[in-house]
Design a protein around this ligand. Sequence first.
Ligand code: NAP
Length: 234
Amino acid sequence: MDRPYTILSCAMSVDGRIDDTGPERLRLSNEADFAEIDELRAECDAILVGAGTLRADNPGLLVRSPLLRERRRERGRTAHLLKALVTRSGEFDPAARFFSTGDAGAVVYTGGAGVDTARRALADRPAADPPAEVVDAGDPPTVRAVLADLADRGVGRLLVEGGGHIHTLFLTSGLVDELRLAVAPFLVGQEDAPRFVVPGAFPQTPDAPMRLVEARALGDVAVLRYRLDRGARA
Ligand SMILES: NC(=O)c1ccc[n+]([C@@H]2O[C@H](COP(=O)([O-])OP(=O)(O)OC[C@H]3O[C@@H](n4cnc5c(N)ncnc54)[C@H](OP(=O)(O)O)[C@@H]3O)[C@@H](O)[C@H]2O)c1
């Protein structure tokens, strides 16, 4: 299958939590790491999150550095990345920053009744907003269908930025090429705090481990990069 090179990036606590239970998003990274993530974004063509992250954080998913945006433009690219959302229900806030910011548009991947729900939600957006479309990627949507559609749109590199259910969906699919973890120097310790992944049948087992290609300190944040076997599963 023709698909983008897929990088999954996540910041977590030492106890594997990607947020706490409070209303504000927990800061699990430092400035140096944020700057690296911005560079990573700028090297990619599309950025993908799940509907849970949209609801919890209302992220813009933009390239923050003006210099990096300028470099992208010089190479004939949009300043920001194409945004991709994965949702079963098709329920999201069409006024979210995800849809109203950036210059490359957005694609919502859903399936079944979610398709009509999502199309209705997007119908009344302001005309000045970047374009957004809904793609039926199966019921429930599959990673394979999402990646095939992104490849058709010319996406060569995809950055997956959460949350835990989407990490699980992608990692269990066997269609992730690289994993970048930033590990913050503390523990969250709350039973209900979101986890890096939920239980699933991961191909990255003790018998088929990932390859650690980098382990580095950015201040007190540990950056770990793993390579995963390409196409471990259909
Ligand atoms: N530290 C980090 O790097 C980082 C990054 C991103 C997010 N986060 C945190 O992660 C938390 C959100 O994580 P989350 O796990 O709740 O949400 P999520 O993974 O962003 O999204 C979950 C949603 O994805 C959809 N979904 C789940 N399974 C699916 C499947 N098999 N097929 C298609 N769609 C599926 C569902 O959407 P519908 O409900 O619409 O059907 C589900 O509610 C927040 O607290 C956020 O702050 C942390």
